[in-house]
Write a protein that binds this ligand. Structure first.
Ligand code: SF4
Length: 352
C-alpha cells in the first residue's frame, strides 16, 4: 500500500494519469547550446554561432508507475534530457508534457508548485548536499518551499519519517549530522529522502549509484525500488550501465549523440537488439562467469563531436554494419516489432 501524500490544498497534486497511462510525454525535444567563440570566429562565420546539438529531436513517453531507462555513453545527452524533462533547461524546440500539461506554458508560480511533483536525484550526493547544512535541514528544505502552510513541527516529523523510510535509524541520530560525518551510501540515502519529502510522483534518477561503492550499489537500487512502491513513484532512470538498467527498468531507450537509436521493453531490447550500437553496448556488459568472456567490446573509437556530427547515421564511423547509404541518409525512426523502435537502415539483419 503506497503512502498517502499529506493533504496540501495549495499544491498542484491533482493526478490525472492513472497507472500505465502516460505521465511524461516528450515531443521532438531539442537542446542546442551555443558555443562561445571569439569575435574573429563569429565574423568568419558571418554571425552564425555554432551550437552543440546536445539533444536533437527526441520523443518518448514515460508511463505512470514504470521505470524508464535512458542509457548511453558519456556525452550522449542523457543528463540534458533529464533536466529538460524537469523544465530545468528551456528547450530549443519541442515540448514536455507532464500529466498532460505543457511545462513550458506554465506561469512561474504554477511551475514552482509543479516542482513538488517532480524531483531529481543527482549522481554525486556530496556535491548536491551543502557541506555546512545539517542533514535534517537539507531534507526539510524542499518541504519549506513546497509545503509552506505546514508547521515547523509537522516538517520535522516529516523529515524524521523520511530518514526512517530510507533506512537511517534511529532518525534523530542523523538529524544534526553534516554530510562529511556519514558514509557515501548514507549520503545517497539522504539525497533520496530529500527528493521524497514533497511526496513527488516522478523522479529523475541521474546515474544515482554511479559514485557509490560497488558493495552498496545493489542495496541502493533495492531501496529505490522499495521507495517506488511505497511512494507510488515513476522513474526516469539515467545510466551509462546496461547491467544496472537491466536490474530496474521496464522499458529502455538508447541514446547516441543526442538522438534515440533504439527503444522498447527491456526484455525485447536486451534479447533482440536491432541496432548495432545497442548490440555493442550489450556485448560490453560484464558477465558473472569469466569463462564466458565477451569477444567484442564497446564500439571502437570515441563518440564524435556533437558540434559537427557525422552525416547520415551519426553512428556510421564506428558501425561494423555500415554501408554506403549510412553516411548519406539518416535512418528513419520506425517500429520494427510491437513497441520496439529503432533507427537503423539494417536493423533486420540483427533481429533474431
Ligand atoms: Fe550502422 Fe548504418 Fe545502422 Fe547506422 S544505419 S547503425 S551506420 S548499419
Amino acid at each position: 500500500m503506497a503512502r498517502q501524500r499529506p493533504i496540501n490544498e495549495k499544491s498542484a497534486s491533482v493526478r490525472i494519469a492513472t497507472a500505465g497511462e502516460d505521465l511524461v510525454r516528450v515531443e521532438d525535444l531539442r537542446k542546442h547550446f551555443p558555443i562561445q567563440t571569439g569575435f574573429l570566429a563569429t565574423l568568419l562565420n558571418r554571425g552564425n554561432i555554432p551550437t552543440v546539438k546536445a539533444v536533437d529531436g527526441v520523443s518518448f513517453t514515460i508511463r505512470r508507475g514504470e521505470v524508464f531507462g535512458l542509457a548511453g555513453e558519456s556525452g550522449s545527452g542523457k543528463s540534458t534530457i533529464g533536466r529538460l524533462v524537469l523544465n530545468l533547461y528551456e528547450p530549443t524546440s519541442g515540448r514536455v508534457l507532464f500529466d498532460g500539461i505543457d511545462l513550458s506554458s506554465l506561469p512561474e508560480e504554477e511551475m514552482r508548485r509543479m516542482r513538488a511533483r517532480m524531483q531529481i536525484v543527482f549522481q554525486d550526493p556530496l556535491a548536491s548536499l551543502n557541506p555546512r547544512m545539517p542533514l535534517g535541514q537539507a531534507i526539510e528544505h524542499p518541504a519549506q518551499i513546497h509545503m509552506p502552510e505546514f508547521t515547523a513541527a509537522d516538517r520535522r516529523k516529516q523529515v524524521l519519517e523520511m530518514f526512517h523510510a530510507v533506512g537511517m535509524n534511529p532518525p534523530e541520530a542523523f538529524y544534526d549530522l553534516f554530510p562529511h560525518q556519514i558514509s557515501g551510501g548514507q549520503r545517497q540515502r539522504v539525497v533520496l529522502a530529500r527528493a521524497l519529502v514533497t511526496f513527488p510522483e516522478f523522479i529523475v534518477a541521474d546515474e544515482p549509484i554511479a559514485m557509490a561503492d560497488v558493495s552498496v550499489r545493489a542495496v541502493l537500487l533495492d531501496l529505490m525500488m522499495k521507495m517506488k512502491e511505497e511512494f507510488d513513484l515513476t522513474y526516469l532512470f539515467i545510466t551509462h550501465d546496461l547491467a544496472t538498467a537491466k536490474y530496474v527498468c521496464n522499458r529502455i531507450a538508447i541514446l547516441y549523440l543526442g538522438k534515440l537509436c533504439e527503444m522498447g521493453p527491456l526484455n525485447e531490447v536486451y534479447g533482440n537488439s536491432a541496432h548495432p550500437y545497442t548490440h555493442a553496448l550489450l556485448e560490453a556488459v560484464p558477465v558473472p562467469d569469466p569463462s564466458l568472456r565477451r569477444t567484442e567490446a564497446m564500439p571502437a573509437g570515441e563518440i564524435p563531436n556533437a558540434i559537427n556530427p557525422p552525416s547520415g547515421c551519426h553512428f556510421h564511423p564506428r558501425c561494423p554494419l555500415a554501408t554506403a547509404i549510412c553516411s548519406v541518409e539518416e535512418p528513419l525512426w520506425r517500429e520494427i516489432r510491437p513497441e520496439h523502435f529503432v533507427a537503423c537502415h539494417h536493423a533486420e539483419e540483427l533481429l533474431k
